[in-house]
Structure formats: C-alpha cells, structure tokens
Design a protein around this ligand. Structure first.
Ligand SMILES: Nc1nc2c(ncn2[C@@H]2O[C@H](COP(=O)(O)OP(=O)(O)OP(=O)(O)O)[C@@H](O)[C@H]2O)c(=O)[nH]1
Ligand SMILES: [Mg+2]
Length: 199
C-alpha cells in the first residue's frame, strides 16, 4: 500500500508521479533516448515533448515529457522524463533538474576516449544527489552504456571499476537506432516502483 506522505502522490488528482532524470556527459545521447521513447510510444501513453532552449543539438536547459502507464489501485501512474544539459558549465541547471528525482538513468558515452568525462559527470551527479539529501547508495540508478556502435569503445564494467561501485543495473544501447532504449526505461521504472513499494 502506498504511503499518503509521499511527495509525488496526489490524492486529489488520484495520481502518482515519478520523476526520471537522464543524466550524463555532454553528447552522450540523453536527448536521443527521450526522442526515441517519445516516437515509440503511442499517443495514449504520452504527453507532448518539451525541448527547451536548444542550440544546434545541445540541450541548454532540459527536455521533458510525461508518460502515463495506466492505473494502480485507482491511482493513475505517471512518469515524468527529463534530460539534463551535459555541458560542464550548466551545473546549476543540473542541480535544479535533479531535485525531486525518483531515479536516474546515467547515459554514458562508450567511445574509448570518454572514460574521464563519464566518471567526472557520475561523481558530480553523486555530489548533487547528496546535496539534495539523497543517499546515492539507496537510490535507483541504471547505468546505460550508450553508443555501443563506437569503435574503439569502452569495455563494459570499466566505469564502475573506475568509480569503485558495483551492483548497479547496466544496459547497452545505440540510442540513434533505438537499441536498448526501452529496456533501459523498463529497468529504471522497475527499480523505482520496487523502492516505492518498500517505503
Ligand atoms: N553513433 C552514435 N551516435 C549517437 C548515439 N546516441 C546519440 N548519438 C549522437 O550523439 C549526438 C549527441 O546526442 P544527444 O542526444 O543530443 O546528446 P545529449 O546527451 O542530449 O547532449 P547534451 O544535451 O549536450 O548534454 C547526436 O549527434 C546523436 O545523434 C549512439 O548510440 N551512437
Ligand atoms: Mg541533450
């Protein structure tokens, strides 16, 4: 049974809203993930996609769209999907967008020379979560190795090894082809709901 004190539960509207943030370094494929999900879902499940302040293909503030997943115990279940801007100087925007997140997809760039950018951004994300009072160790995070079509590319596991973390759900993807994108969304949704049920 869901707790009435949960901030994303709205008894008046009879809906539960979860916030999923796609985090990761610049150009890793966060917006491409959202665009693919938005294209794939039928109208019944999705709201309009908002792509804010884009310059060429770089996100300057965030992308957003809502997904409706049906009804649980009379409550409509929704996911709000966001991306952050990956360029390093948008730290303040990243902090704002991460606030109130229920889970994160960390979109890593698999190109062989991107290990440092990935780990640097992952560390920034952990700091951000802590600054919002979130314990990153007990927080739903899915690590997506995107751009698996790169050559040469990072081996699976190197990011976790470099960061000294383990046990995180991992997916592989080629977001431009949609490969692995829906699987990643399913995994993070499952992690979030699992945690919500425990609360
Ligand atoms: N080869 C390849 N290119 C990809 C893949 N995913 C995304 N891209 C390309 O990478 C570039 C950046 O993708 P975006 O989705 O805009 O990246 P982003 O993470 O939103 O970037 P910022 O908004 O700057 O943080 C685009 O040209 C995409 O087409 C992939 O799996 N493989
Ligand atoms: Mg983007």
């Amino acid at each position: 049974m869901v707790k009435k004190t949960m901030p994303h539960l709205d008894p008046t509207e009879k809906q539960i809203v979860f916030k999923i943030v796609y985090f990761g370094p610049g150009m890793s494929g966060k917006t491409t993930n959202l665009l693919y999900i938005h294209r794939t879902l039928t109208d019944r499940y999705k709201g309009e996609m908002l792509v804010l302040d884009t310059e060429k293909e770089r996100t300057l503030f965030f992308d957003f769209f809502p997904v409706s997943l049906g009804t649980v115990q009379g409550y409509s279940l929704k996911f709000h999907l966001y991306t952050i801007p990956g360029q390093i100087y948008y730290e303040a925007s990243r902090r704002i967008i991460l606030e109130g997140a229920d889970g994160v997809v960390f979109v890593a760039d698999s190109q062989a020379d991107k290990l440092d950018e990935n780990t640097q951004m992952f560390r920034l994300m952990m700091e951000n979560l802590l600054s919002h009072g979130i314990d990153p160790d007990a927080f739903p995070i899915v690590l997506q190795y995107n751009k698996r079509d790169s050559n040469p590319r990072l081996k699976l596991g190197v990011i976790e090894k470099e960061l000294g973390i383990e046990g995180m759900p991992v997916t592989e993807s080629i977001a431009t082809h949609g490969r692995g994108v829906m699987k990643t969304l399913q995994l993070i949704s499952r992690e979030i709901i699992k945690r919500f049920q425990i609360c």
